[in-house]
Design a protein around this ligand. Structure first.
Ligand SMILES: [Ca+2]
Ligand SMILES: [Ca+2]
Ligand SMILES: [Ca+2]
Ligand SMILES: [Ca+2]
Length: 507
């Protein structure tokens, strides 16, 4: 198989995956068949493919141009339940457009196209389009200043600027349209750069739409909502200059992470921690849907606080598609590559992250102020002298389990591990929480079979408890870009439910 054929297939599959889970109300079999008939030139067209494209079309239409407030709210709930931001729905629409019949394609261009506005004014970095009288006094200047500041911050940090769009919107600057969005919609960035069905590079320009006033949103001030939307959405515009077809969880998690990099005091991304590895450690970190892909921002925050925030830019550089399929990597490949430059394997870093999440208030800079949540341990047991117990778990990929052992008697706790062979991504950390507030962690050395041991203090006079955290940090996926899964590379995880055994003995 040639590289370009592989790439073509992979991207086509991505687009199908992206729409999985949506329930398009208008979708019917006859429509899908009609699409097939209209689009007779496509050799690879299938009704399943067109059905996906039609679902995306349907959801995008109800999100952007709802027939009623109720329909708009229902569409937003549907998109949110499937974990889809408007930006991601429109990305999928753009990537799937070739699968729509010509009349629907034309309709999509009308409802998802650039809004038409009376006035255009340039800021240093962007062109702002608006209708006079639709926004509060001073708002347009605030948008100009915000977009310029956001743009300058990303570029100063070494990110690519959004790609020039020729003369669309009047000049090559990125266009920001101020529109009266459907209630509940914060804004979005999308592209109208054509992407052919057999494209192998996915670096495209962007344009963005922001609300006219951000009035009536449940939390934060209108200006804060404009700022945090600009930071998040403009980061998508930056991502598009690398790879608009990158893994969805990686796009959303790093965009939610970026909100804090620009407007650290707004903390809108705090709400997603409920759907993050902090609170749900046994839910695969890369699983797209149900807002979990936003919750993944905490992983990039942990990496940033530990290794500096440039680490995320380094990862996007590796994920870049603009040099073609031979250099293009997907999310976990890019992360692994960059971690290696920090002398870390993916499993070791994931185990350190999982262990750190046991005590967020001692780890994350904002955890005390914002009251970051923590998960309960997987299991808690009190152990005394001569205790000898075996614990088992079957973890999915990119998840962890933590056992907490409380001393009743004895001096030392010996923990032996058998976590599965090295390619299945095992790693473990043992942490002793002292009664005086001390915390001592050690990464367990595992051999090629995933076998290892650790011995730690366990006297009840000085030790409050010991926590043993084991991870399945497998990043092996089968049939990348061919399966329709919500995981990395839309592939099938290879190492889910590997048996992991932890034996504890008190001496
Ligand atoms: Ca432009
Ligand atoms: Ca509004
Ligand atoms: Ca913050
Ligand atoms: Ca990529």
């Amino acid at each position: 198989m040639t590289v370009s054929a592989r790439s073509t297939r992979r991207r086509r599959a991505v687009l199908l995956v992206a729409a999985a889970g949506l329930t398009g109300g208008l979708l019917t079999a006859p429509l899908a068949q009609a699409a097939t008939a209209t689009d007779g030139t496509k050799t690879v067209a299938t009704s399943a493919k067109q059905a996906k494209a039609y679902k995306t079309f349907d959801l995008a239409q109800r999100l952007l141009k709802p027939a009623s407030r109720a329909e708009g709210r229902a569409a937003q709930a549907e998109a949110a339940a499937a974990g889809r931001s408007v930006t991601m729905v429109l990305r999928d629409l753009q990537l799937q457009k070739a699968d729509l019949p010509a009349d629907l394609r034309a309709q999509a261009e009308r409802f998802a196209g650039r809004p038409v506005k009376a006035v255009a004014e340039d800021s240093a970095r962007a062109r702002i389009h608006y209708t006079p009288g639709q926004s509060p006094a001073g708002y347009i200047n605030q948008v100009k200043n915000t977009i310029d500041a956001v743009h300058n911050t990303y570029v100063a940090r070494g990110y690519r600027a959004p790609k020039p769009d020729g003369t669309r919107g009047g000049n090559a600057k990125i266009d920001i349209y101020i529109d009266t969005l459907a209630p509940g919609l914060y804004g979005y960035c999308t592209t109208d750069q054509p992407i052919s069905a057999n494209a192998t590079r996915f670096d495209v320009w962007a344009y963005c739409v922001l609300d006219n006033d951000y009035a009536g949103f449940p939390s934060n001030t209108p200006i804060e909502n404009m700022q945090v939307t600009a930071a998040h959405e403009y980061f998508h515009a930056v991502q598009f200059a690398y790879d608009i077809a990158e893994d969805g969880w990686f796009m959303e998690a790093t965009a939610a992470w970026a909100e804090d990099e620009i407007f650290d005091s707004v903390n809108d991304n705090y709400q997603y921690l409920r759907r993050s590895p902090l609170v749900m450690p046994r839910y695969p970190m890369d699983k797209f849907g149900g807002l979990h892909e936003y919750g993944g921002w905490i992983y990039f925050r942990w990496l940033s606080e530990r290794y500096g925030s440039d680490i995320v830019r380094q990862m996007w550089n590796v994920a870049d598609s603009s040099q073609g399929p031979r250099k293009d990597r997907y999310s976990t490949q890019a992360i692994t590559r960059v971690l290696k430059t920090k002398k870390l394997t993916f499993p070791k870093a994931f185990a350190l992250f999982a262990d750190a999440n046991r005590r967020p208030k001692r780890v994350y800079s904002e955890a005390v102020a914002l009251n970051y949540p923590t998960a309960k341990p997987y299991k808690v047991a009190t152990l005394g002298k001569k205790s000898n117990k075996l614990y088992k778990a079957r973890l999915k990929h990119l998840t962890s389990a933590t056992w907490r052992f409380v001393p009743k008697s004895g001096k030392k706790l010996k923990v032996t591990f058998s976590l599965g062979a090295k390619p299945t991504g095992p790693a473990a950390v043992v942490t002793v929480y002292g009664k005086n507030g001390s915390v001592k962690s050690k990464v367990v050395k595992l051999n090629g079979k995933g076998v290892g041991a650790a011995k730690v203090a366990f006297k009840k006079t000085s030790v409050a408890y010991v926590e043993v955290t084991a991870v399945n940090a497998s990043t092996r996926f089968k049939n990348c870009f061919r399966k329709r899964t919500p995981f990395t590379c839309s592939g099938k995880p290879v190492d889910d439910n590997v048996l992991q055994k932890v034996r504890v003995r008190v001496g």
